[in-house]
Design a protein around this ligand. Structure first.
Ligand code: AMP
Length: 605
């Protein structure tokens, strides 16, 4: 692999690259930059978002244009306003040492006069959404007749959004001999048509396989009755307390409905769809970026510009009509070198769609089970324990300590801990204790109460808790490999691996229990004690009563806890999950049916 120096970039760009902390070129940069720098050529590049493609076309464009001239020489078309702003921002960062550089963003929903004024000052590069630039061309507010480089970014998305005519129109106002660089995540027929129509012998590069979804993403599906879809969504959220997700619905109506239900049920959710004004969409996106919204419920069109790097989960509440769209959805997670999970909630009639998606993404889905209530209680409890452990002490409390100590004079430490955790645990426990199994089997319409094990319904396995998770660099695949390697086990001996932020679960057959527990007694990994215990949930074992505070503390970390969002939508209506009624447990808070350890409901306005 080349270094940035090897690619032939100039000093100004290399300095900016150092400032940005990019140490080596990504695959698409490694392949595209030398071609674009050394040739006046057209290019078709198949690359997902998150692969570093902005820099792949951005660096060569910045190096090739004449910055001393005020003529517009580069035009970058992008499908959405968000992406347009993101590209502009990146281009400015890449070109920070290119003195006199002026990159202007042109997009709808913002003053056209201001944008025209910025262009008039002399913009060497314009980044635009098709609708707005077309408008500006027709009003003669912009001159793109001397463009040397045109980029069609996320070409498939632009065509999906119906911009074919606009793109054709815009390009007809540019010189014939310009270079056109087309970037697309997938190569449907329509993109090939554009490539043929506007390009001459383009160089072609592919990052990963054509139409393959990003390798950082694992794909899971959950089979439930259609009527349980919403409850399944809530359980997935509850089982992942630190979730930061986009939830996809098919229609604007469903998007709004699901978001409203989630908000009513106490989740930090927001809706993003085309019936909202630009201002409302900006507000929602702002809250999402600040992580005040943990679950952004969106339509495909509205979600196209979402360019947030650390989305942990994409949840397909409903599958898209076109299986190809799934690639765009799942590509919202697993960006910038991070791992992500794309979950699909399906009813039996939709299971066959999973197969067609698998063919497109060239990856297999793992069939997973919606967690049962007690598993969620355990996850939430441990998440709370970890958060408390990570909490910095507020010494303002010191002055009240005498009174508090007096109150608990006769309470042992054990009792105190139990009481403390019960405040929250009881609420979750009451909510979930009688909750039903939401999973159904593929072959019968009966509920699959025994089917807890996706390896084929066996129940003679042991479920373990382990005190490492994603913040220790594990996703479920890495943890599975780690356990197999440490314990010298075979491919299928470790299963049902679920990683949470600071802890995880996994299963083995019962006969391996002693070996597993013995191996992880006093076991250290990277200087830290790794503790494994039998989990009470799933697999039938009791939690091992090894006491003595063996569980090591987790490292302090940034807390992604949200404050409430969209408070105006909150109501006191209560929703119950199936038959189980959420009950208050001495709490004065009756606003939400969702018991929550993570969401600070009491502080809500
Ligand atoms: P993009 O695919 O252009 O949306 O880029 C995704 C993210 O990766 C952006 O935040 C870029 O700043 C970042 N990025 C681009 N190139 C590199 C690189 N070579 N090394 C590390 N990060 C990069």
């Amino acid at each position: 692999m080349n270094t940035f120096q090897d690619l032939g970039l100039n000093e100004d760009l290399l300095k900016a690259i150092t400032d940005l902390g990019f140490t080596k070129p990504s695959e698409v940069q490694d392949k595209a930059i030398p071609i674009l720098l050394n040739n006046e050529t057209d290019l078709v590049a198949l690359a997902q978002t998150g692969t570093g493609k902005t820099a792949a076309f951005g660096f060569p464009m910045l190096q090739k244009i004449d910055i001393d001239s005020r003529t517009t020489q580069g035009l970058i078309l992008s499908p959405t306003r968000e992406l347009c702003l993101q590209i502009t921002n990146e281009m400015k960062l890449y070109g920070k040492y290119c003195k006199g550089l002026n990159v202007v963003a042109v997009y709808g929903g913002s003053s056209i006069t201001d944008q025209a004024r910025d262009i008039k000052k002399g913009a060497q590069i314009i980044v635009a959404t098709p609708g707005r630039i077309k408008d500006m061309i027709s009003r003669r507010l912009v001159d793109i007749s001397k463009i040397e480089y045109a980029v069609l970014d996320e070409a498939d998305e632009m065509l999906n959004m119906g911009f074919y005519e606009d793109i054709t129109d815009i390009l007809s106002n540019t010189p014939e001999d310009k270079c056109t660089w087309l970037f697309s995540a997938t190569m449907p027929k329509e993109v090939s048509v554009i490539a043929k129509k506007f390009m001459e012998n383009p160089h072609e590069i592919t990052v990963g396989n054509k139409n393959e979804s990003t390798s950082q993403v694992s794909h899971e599906y959950y089979l439930v009755n259609a009527r349980d879809r919403y409850n399944a969504l809530k359980r997935l959220a509850d089982a992942n307390p630190d979730i930061f997700s986009v939830v996809f619905c098919r229609t604007k109506r469903d998007t709004q409905k699901v978001a409203e239900q989630l908000i009513e049920d106490g989740y930090n959710a927001g809706a993003l769809h085309g019936d909202l004004s630009q201002n409302q969409r900006d507000l929602v996106m702002g809250s999402f970026r600040k992580k005040q919204i943990q679950m952004l419920v969106a339509t495909d069109v509205a979600a196209r510009g979402i360019d947030v790097d650390d989305i942990t989960h994409v949840i397909n509440y409903q599958l898209p009509d076109e299986p190809e769209i799934y690639t765009h959805r799942s590509g919202r997670t697993g960006r910038a070198g991070k791992t992500g999970i794309s979950m699909v909630i399906v009813s039996k009639s939709e299971v066959r769609k999973i197969k067609s998606i698998e063919r497109i993404i060239k990856k297999e889905f793992v069939k997973k089970e919606i967690p049962d209530g007690m598993e969620i209680c355990e996850v939430q409890l441990m998440s709370l324990a970890n958060k408390i452990n990570d909490t910095e002490i507020n010494h303002e409390i010191d002055k009240y300590l005498t009174n508090i100590n007096e109150l608990f004079e006769d309470t042992t430490k054990d009792e105190l801990i139990k009481k403390f955790f019960s405040v929250e645990f009881t609420r979750f426990f009451n909510y979930y204790q009688k909750s039903k199994n939401l999973n159904i089997s593929e072959s019968s319409s009966d509920r699959d109460d025994s089917g807890r094990d996706y390896r084929g319904g066996k129940s003679d396995s042991t479920r373990y808790f382990i005190n490492v998770g994603s913040k220790d660099g594990f996703d479920w695949m890495k943890l599975k490999d780690f356990l197999k390697e440490q314990l010298e086990l075979g491919r299928d001996d470790v299963f049902k691996v679920e990683t949470k932020e600071s802890f995880s679960f996994f299963n083995t057959e019962n006969e391996l229990k002693e070996k597993v527990l013995a191996y992880f007694t006093d076991f250290k990994h990277e200087g830290r004690f790794v503790n494994v215990e039998v989990s009470e949930n799933r697999g039938g074992g009791r939690r091992n009563d090894r006491k003595g505070g063996e569980r090591r503390s987790s490292k302090p970390r940034g807390d992604r806890r949200s404050t409430g969002a969209n408070s105006e939508n909150r109501s006191s209506r209560r929703r119950s999950e199936g038959d189980s009624k959420p009950r208050r447990s001495g709490s004065s808070d009756s606003k939400s049916s969702k018991p929550s350890f993570d969401r600070p409901r009491r502080s809500r306005r």
